[in-house]
Write a protein that binds this ligand. Structure first.
Ligand code: NAP
Length: 304
């Protein structure tokens, strides 16, 4: 079934809403919709066992009309066990989690379902069967993955009738290994180490949309680079560009991701309605090549 709307380049994630009130979640949604964001990301494990999905579902009263104008995506495949986390991409688990997500989100279908992380015990045939069943029952319209290398994705695609059309990966101006390796190929510079198997180039070649998670963070959830003393040169330039474009530095940080011609979606995670609006403004800004590279270098990367 065709959607009435196109998906927005900025998407809003609900990873951090487990302690938010219904009113706060509603304000996030309204501010997103008012500023042109119609794509919403979840995972069954956010908040633990569908909790954030349920907070979303019970906080919003989404009419059928609005439902057709928005895109709801969720992820599954990370489990909590007796010994901690592990991965499960078995058919049984996927089918069970999708039913749980639909119930928690209070919707009849998901626009996108992603496998959250690569699972070395994955069996492509099982995932293919699960996806077929979810597609033919109308529970899921499109499929993808998160944090997969190109060869992991290609392996899975071999068993899936549905195109895997999204790969969600960590990317910000500071955390940019998928860009660094291509720019530093054939050098001994650290950036030249290929940790991702050419994810960026593979996605462009195969029309797979990359979604950039944690677009404002550095490291593994170490913090936000905006305003951080660790990134003072970068922040000075973000402030300068913010003045030039008459926006906030957060807008420029998101515009840096959107400027890439791979048409990467920026997956923001702020719970603050004002910040959501400022991030959405990035969809109106096109940084120049020189501005883009200058920010990249000030973030601590090298190109030559
Ligand atoms: N696939 C995966 O493995 C994966 C992993 C992680 C996340 N995700 C998805 O990606 C989405 C975004 O991730 P994220 O939440 O890490 O993204 P993010 O947008 O980089 O970070 C959001 C966090 O930064 C804070 N923040 C934003 N601007 C700030 C500023 N100027 N000063 C101080 N703090 C600021 C926000 O606080 P406020 O709320 O107070 O603004 C919020 O806690 C998640 O919601 C989830 O959907 C996917």
């Amino acid at each position: 079934m065709m959607k009435i709307a196109e998906k927005s380049r900025v998407a809003l994630g609900f990873f951090r809403i487990d302690d938010k009130s219904k009113k706060e979640i509603n304000n996030m949604f309204v501010s997103a919709m008012d500023t042109g964001i119609n794509f919403f990301d979840h995972a069954d494990m956010y908040g633990g066992n569908h909790k954030c999905e349920a907070r979303f579902g019970e906080s919003l009263d989404i009419s059928d009309d609005v439902r057709e104008k928005i895109f709801i995506q969720t992820k599954c495949g990370i489990r909590n066990g007796v010994y901690g986390s592990y991965y499960d991409s078995s058919k049984e688990h996927i089918l069970d989690r999708v039913d749980g997500s639909l119930k928690a989100l209070q919707t009849d279908y998901l626009d996108y379902l992603l496998l959250h992380r690569p699972d070395t015990l994955i069996e492509g045939e099982e995932v293919g069967e699960a996806f077929d069943q979810l597609y033919s029952s109308g529970k899921v319209r499109k499929f993808g993955v998160s944090n997969f290398t190109p060869s992991q994705l290609e392996y899975l695609q071999k068993y899936c009738n549905q195109k895997l059309c999204i790969n969600q990966v960590q990317l910000s101006v500071v955390h940019s290994p998928i860009i660094d390796s291509g720019l530093n190929m054939n050098t001994f510079f650290d950036g030249g180490i290929d940790r991702d198997g050419g994810t960026l180039e593979y996605s462009r070649l195969n029309d797979i949309t990359l979604q950039a998670w944690s677009p404002l963070q550095y490291g593994w959830f170490e913090g936000v680079f905006l305003g951080s003393e660790k990134y003072s040169d970068l922040n000075k330039e973000l402030n300068l560009l913010a003045d030039r474009y008459n926006v906030d530095p957060i807008t420029i940080s998101i515009a840096w991701i959107l400027r890439h011609p791979a048409k990467i979606q920026a997956l923001i995670g702020t719970t603050n309605p004002e910040r959501i609006e400022k991030c959405a403004k990035a969809m109106e800004i096109l940084l120049t090549r020189e501005e883009w590279y200058h920010l990249y270098i000030l973030a601590g990367h090298r190109i030559l």
